[in-house]
Design a protein around this ligand. Structure first.
Ligand code: ATP
Length: 651
């Protein structure tokens, strides 16, 4: 309540949005959001913005929502922005009649192509812009509308093939020609794939919910507490619907046509649309698991080391396979469809299975390590050419024959899973599990899991309200116990590669080391955490160099946190590649910036003796280990050290 949108902002929304939404209105809202860090103010401004759109230009609401989260389609459709820097430089140079080298050097100075475009636009609004505007016809020279911007961005994202570069540059020039004030800045950032205004998707969902509460015919309760409760419940509803059905193309029209109250009945878990998977919390000792689950029924399962596979069977009979990150992997696993066909019982029609696809040795009938799976081809896989066989280990069933099982306790879900499918040895297995609360038995099962090439155990609540499936949540109802945790740091970290150092001696021609960072979702910054040079094979070093080639950027991004003086890399990269890394421990560092402000006000945390484990191409940079997790690990390590000195650690 203390953060309400200022009157002049409301007036500007009202003046700009009459029957359609001009791109200028959206960019004005972006500017207001970017100018503050007050979460509640951001939420309120976005709510007011959406409310104005709902009441005056509802046909543009979906475009506005997509542009706020910088996406053009549901994530699983894979329509991605992220136009390369050189193409953007070319477009800005051509649109403004400036020299590309000059644009590039401005970019090196400002570190943000959006700002460069804005500056170029205001300094050189003469011949070139006018010419481009003329060339691209009236639509470009008139005020840009969000509908037009959205449509053009989608064309840019989906243009491929031979002449696509030129077409993309032309379309970007066309849009730039219509830009005024801050529009060029946000347009460029959208094209780059990073809006970076501090607007989290969760805030967009909450604002959407609040705007529809205001739009409802019944008035909000007078009492402040009641009002807050109504708003919070609405936000929880929209977020939970989105977790089950991450598709704005379905949610936004339903909200507009049928309203908020009916939304959960219409937009439900659907086979064919990937659910955000439930995740687990790391633990450092079996005693920690027992403390958490004391008095509850729980199961210990093998934690298989492969690739998460969410397998969907649609009403039409079609089978689809999605990754941890909602990417469509059906083409990567043509062989899995046949395995599933042999495992389904005749009464089973539509379903959503949660599984791990694991490399499998058919001769010795055993699980192979993850490294073997990672050599399997990812694209254009022909069944006859598959060399790495997989076995599917099913551990959960989320949906069966048209019915959601998300709120059914795990114990029942697993029973239903057992009835709906049958084991096909080496092709389709149920996750191996034991039920025990004896430390020794859990320890033995953990040892067996490692012996069987698994990562450790997953321990899960079986019964009661806490045993439901919680999409997208890293839940305390699922705990992971890895062998390494008990001996060392806790979990491994998934870190973003932001820079590299040229190799010398034996590493001439490849990079000798890399600079890694964790992600801070609060300010969307990447905080450097360590330099890494160990754990790489020669093949790794060559392939990393090649894979990172296209991510090279001239200067560090403005949102990279590093200390200028120390360890400046020779080459910088865009945040794209995520690596799993293990380390001996974490220490406070005057040089690195991870979790700065969380443990120490000015110093960050760094990893000691980091070692490369593998590429995590099922994680995007925003899914990397975040600053809070790094701080938690640091604190956890201190607690463990104290316990060890006391002799009170019973592991
Ligand atoms: P990690 O690096 O541990 O895989 P993550 O962030 O990808 O981290 P977590 O929540 O930490 O995911 O661990 C859960 C992952 O373990 C799942 O995504 C799945 O791929 C895998 N897994 C293997 N066996 C199981 C199981 N029995 N139950 C649930 N998940 C399992």
């Amino acid at each position: 309540p203390s953060y309400t949108t200022p009157d002049e902002v409301l007036t500007t929304f009202a003046e700009l949005i009459t029957d359609t939404v001009p791109y200028a209105a959206l960019c004005y809202m972006f500017e207001q959001v970017e100018a503050t860090t007050k979460r509640l103010l951001i939420l309120d401004m976005l709510t007011q913005f959406f409310y104005r759109v709902i009441t005056h230009a509802p046909q543009d609401l979906l475009h506005c929502v997509y542009l706020c989260i910088n996406r053009l389609a549901p994530q699983y459709e894979g329509v991605e922005l992220g136009v390369g820097e050189s193409l953007l430089i070319k477009a800005v140079a051509e649109a403004t009649g400036r020299n590309a080298t000059k644009v590039k050097s401005d970019l090196a100075k400002l570190g943000d192509i959006g700002l460069v475009a804005k500056e170029s636009r205001s300094n050189q609004r003469t011949v070139a812009f006018a010419m481009t505007a003329k060339h691209f016809g009236s639509s470009a020279s008139r005020q840009l509308k969000v509908g037009y911007v959205f449509k053009t961005l989608k064309q840019i994202a989906t243009t491929s093939g031979h002449a696509s570069m030129k077409l993309k540059v032309d379309r970007i020039k066309g849009l730039l020609a219509g830009c005024q004030n801050s529009e060029a800045k946000y347009l460029m950032r959208s094209l780059e794939g990073k809006l970076r205004i501090g607007l989290a998707e969760q805030t967009v969902l909450a604002a959407l919910a609040h705007a529809f509460v205001h739009h409802r015919s019944e008035p909000l309760p007078e009492d402040l507490e009641d009002r807050v409760q109504v708003l919070q419940e609405a936000a929880a509803t929209v977020k939970s619907v989105y977790n089950e059905l991450p598709n704005y193309d379905k949610i936004v029209p339903t909200l507009l046509d049928q309203g908020l109250d009916i939304l959960p009945q219409v937009c439900k878990l659907t086979a064919g649309i990937p659910v955000k998977p439930m995740l687990a919390h790391p633990t450092k000792a079996i005693s920690e698991v027992l403390d958490r689950f004391e008095g509850h029924t729980f199961t210990c399962e093998y934690k298989y080391d492969g690739e998460r596979a969410q397998i969907h069977r649609l009403e039409t009979g079609e089978t689809m396979i999605f990754s941890r990150n909602a990417e469509d992997m059906t083409a990567k696993y043509p062989d899995v469809v046949d395995k599933i066909n042999r495992a389904v019982q005749s009464t089973t029609q539509s379903f959503i299975l949660d599984c791990e696809a694991v490399a499998w040795d058919r001769v010795q009938d055993k699980i192979l390590p993850f490294q073997v799976l990672s050599t399997r081809k990812r694209k254009d896989v022909k069944e006859s050419e598959i060399t790495v066989q997989v076995c599917i280990f099913a551990f959960d069933l989320l949906f069966l024959n048209g019915q959601s099982l998300l709120r059914t306790p795990l114990e029942d879900r697993q029973k239903i899973l057992g009835d709906a499918f049958q084991r096909v040895q080496g092709d389709f297995e149920f996750a191996k599990a034991v039920r025990t609360s004896e430390v020794e038995e859990i320890q033995t099962f953990l040892d067996e899991s490692i012996h069987d090439n698994c990562e450790g155990l997953m321990v899960k609540m079986l019964d009661g309200d806490e045993a439901s499936y919680e999409p997208s949540k890293r839940s305390r109802n699922w705990l992971k116990v890895k062998k390494d945790y008990i001996m060392g740091l806790g979990d491994s970290l998934d870190l973003v590669v932001v820079g590299a150092y040229l190799g010398r001696g034996k590493r001439t021609g490849v990079y000798g080391g890399y600079l890694l960072a964790c992600y801070n979702p609060d300010n969307e910054h990447y905080e450097t955490i360590c330099k890494i040079g160990t754990g790489f094979s020669e093949v790794d070093l060559a392939s990393h160099r090649d894979l990172l080639q296209e991510s090279i950027i001239a200067q560090p991004r403005s949102y990279y946190e590093f200390s200028d003086a120390a360890n400046k890399p020779d080459v910088w990269f865009d945040p794209k590649m995520v690596w799993e890394v293990k380390a001996a421990d974490l220490s406070i560092s005057p040089v690195y910036k991870a979790a700065v402000g969380r443990v120490d006000s000015t110093k960050g945390i760094s990893l000691r003796f980091p070692r490369f484990i593998r590429i995590r191409d099922d994680k995007s940079p925003e899914d990397a280990t975040n600053s809070d997790q790094v701080a938690d690990m640091y604190h956890g390590q201190k607690i463990n050290a104290v316990k060890a000195n006391d002799g009170s650690d019973d592991d």
